[in-house]
Design a protein around this ligand. Structure first.
Ligand SMILES: [Zn+2]
Length: 371
């Protein structure tokens, strides 16, 4: 049993019941809860009634039992609470509203240029989004913001964000401007968090996000491995070509210099158009995509050689990579010390929505952990 599962077995009965129902994929009645959680029926009845009274769980249908009596199924009410995720990129905001199962209820992209003091502008976009989405503010647990950069351990300072061209920027203005509970996180950490949340009970994973920059995160079980200085998983600035292309960090040959939206746009293409042209064997696009995938394979092989875990590929470019996955896996197998078939590489389930939903995910997990 993992440490976290052992700790959860010690949680109050109310939380264990809610957590169990939150995970449940199949019919679950009060008797099933009592049996699965080793609780007495009176305890189950008491907490189920309480949670129902608060609108957090509800009956979900009936199941005929062998004695002819029917049992009532139970399920959480996903939209009893809502969270907002915001992802700040180089040139836009992505905003999403999610329910307690991390289902995306509303989504919007708006042009946005983050300047040094962007708190008020971001707050205005958030309020506009909430109005348009007709969200009851009373159901809102909080707002999570994903930032493509390294944050200080207390998340009050943006230490370095090459793609936003920001260094040592205080974030107090953002906390003052947002009138809801606020949580800031690195974009790749958020994306990996979302993948862990929806792949519950899966193995350790490394998450790699391909946006204007390249970010990464390592999850051991469902816990983020942060490193000593919050710098773990900075896969984007791993060298894949010594003396190669200039990177946004000022060095040469980083993975980020090769495998980004920025590189495709710098070559004069819209991203969607670029992938369509490559599929239609436009020689220039095929050559560039081949170069992107080969360097991506070097980076992924390094990650896998070091960590030996599933590698999940997310971010904006992952929306377009499914047709190219066999080729990428072939490059990986060709360059692998282990000669493996590279089926450890998977595309993110949420694709380009991982980071924004991962930002929203923080308050869902907090809600469940404190229920
Ligand atoms: Zn770099």
């Amino acid at each position: 049993m993992r440490e976290k599962d052992a700790a959860r077995a010690q949680e109050p009965a109310r939380r264990r019941i809610y957590r169990y129902l939150h995970r449940a994929q199949e019919f679950c009645g009060k008797g099933d809860l009592a049996q699965a959680l080793c609780l007495s029926m009176p305890t189950v009845y008491q907490h189920v009634n309480e949670l129902m009274g608060e609108g957090l769980i509800a009956y979900s249908g009936e199941r005929q039992s062998t004695g002819g009596r029917s049992a009532q199924g139970l399920a959480i009410v996903p939209d009893a609470r809502l969270t907002v995720g915001i992802f700040i990129t180089e040139d836009e905001l992505r905003l999403a509203i999610a329910d307690l199962r991390l289902n995306q209820l509303c989504y919007k992209r708006v042009p946005f240029r983050p300047e040094l003091a962007f708190g008020a502008a971001l707050a205005a976009e958030l309020e506009r989004f909430l109005d348009e989405s007709r969200v009851e503010r009373s159901r809102l647990l909080g707002v999570g913001v994903a930032i493509p950069g390294i944050l200080s351990p207390d998340a009050r300072q943006l230490l370095f964000a090459p793609t936003l061209r920001m260094r040592d920027v205080p974030l107090d203005g953002l906390y003052r401007a947002i009138p809801y509970p606020l949580h800031l996180g690195n974009d790749a950490n958020c994306g990996g968090r979302a993948e862990c949340f929806i792949r519950e009970h899966q193995h350790d994973l490394a998450y790699l996000t391909l946006e204007e920059g390249v970010g990464g995160a390592i999850f051991i079980g469902d816990s983020l491995y942060t490193g000593l200085a919050q710098r773990s998983g900075e896969f984007g600035h791993m060298c894949v070509e010594p003396g190669g292309l200039l990177c946004s960090c000022g060095r040469h040959g980083c993975l980020e210099a090769y495998c980004t939206v920025r590189r495709i746009r710098a070559a004069g293409y819209d991203v969607e158009d670029f992938f369509q042209r490559a599929a239609a064997h436009d020689p220039r696009c095929e050559t560039l995509l081949g170069d992107i995938l080969r360097h991506l394979a070097v980076g992924i092989n390094n990650i896998h050689a070091a960590l030996d875990c599933d590698v999940i590929l997310g971010g904006y470019l992952s929306d377009y990579l499914e047709p190219w996955l066999p080729l990428l896996r072939q490059y990986l197998a060709d360059g692998s010390f282990f000669g493996s078939s590279a089926d450890y590489l998977q595309l993110s389930t949420l694709r380009s929505h991982s980071s924004v939903l991962g930002a929203a995910c923080h308050f869902i997990q907090k809600f469940i952990d404190e229920i």
